[in-house]
Design a protein around this ligand. Structure first.
Ligand SMILES: C[S@@+](CC[C@H](N)C(=O)[O-])C[C@H]1O[C@@H](n2cnc3c(N)ncnc32)[C@H](O)[C@@H]1O
Length: 180
């Protein structure tokens, strides 16, 4: 399957998914040192990595539609700082929260499957509503947040769609794989 890796870092998860058989059409990352590491491995002819297109830039500005129709699997590790046990725990209010763009990638590409990794801190009680919100958005990526809508109102609309079972459009089954 053709795939795309978001927030690739130096390529840890990307290498794991490539070893599992996925063929990355692009790996996206904005940190120049991380990209340099991937490019160095690419130049050295490292299996899988040698075939990757490294896209150095902000995922927020990326048009995923160019991969629609070819990419069947989306993976990535959105930045964990907003939800980490260390740090300021600003969650949804942290500008580094990239889950909206992970959801956008799913909406624009419409892959057969996706995998996102994050920190255990995301499962804390204080983030319980936002965590459910992330899951609901991934379940119904076409129920989009309106321009001036608070995320809590978007969440309420999604909850309604989930409980009514009548929502139209793209629909995924989402499960949590928790590492012990
Ligand atoms: C949790 S790390 C991902 C680690 C990666 N999955 C691995 O296996 O090594 C998140 C990465 O997202 C990158 N990042 C954060 N915000 C970004 C953005 N807006 N656009 C592109 N990359 C971003 C960071 O530089 C960091 O490398």
């Amino acid at each position: 399957m053709k795939s795309i890796e978001l927030f690739a870092g130096a390529g840890g998860l990307a290498i794991a998914t490539a070893n599992a058989g996925f063929d990355h059409e692009a790996v996206l990352e904005w940190n120049e040192n991380a990209c340099a590491t991937i490019r160095r491995n690419k130049a050295a002819g490292m299996p899988h990595v040698r075939d990757w297109e490294v896209v150095e830039g902000d995922v927020s500005d990326y048009n995923f539609k160019r991969h629609a129709g070819s990419v069947e699997f989306v993976s990535g590790g959105p930045p964990c700082q907003p939800f980490s046990i260390g740090g300021k725990h600003r969650g949804v209010d942290d500008a580094r929260n990239m889950f909206p763009h992970a959801v956008r990638a799913v909406r624009e590409i419409q892959p057969k499957a996706f995998l996102f990794e994050n920190v255990k801190g995301l499962l804390r009680k204080s983030f319980a509503n936002y965590y459910t919100h992330i899951i609901h958005q991934l379940e119904y990526p076409e129920i989009v947040r309106r321009g001036d809508e608070e995320w809590t109102n978007h969440h309420a609309r999604l909850e309604k769609a989930v409980t009514s079972g009548k929502a139209k459009g793209l629909r995924y089954n989402v499960s949590l794989l928790a590492a012990s």
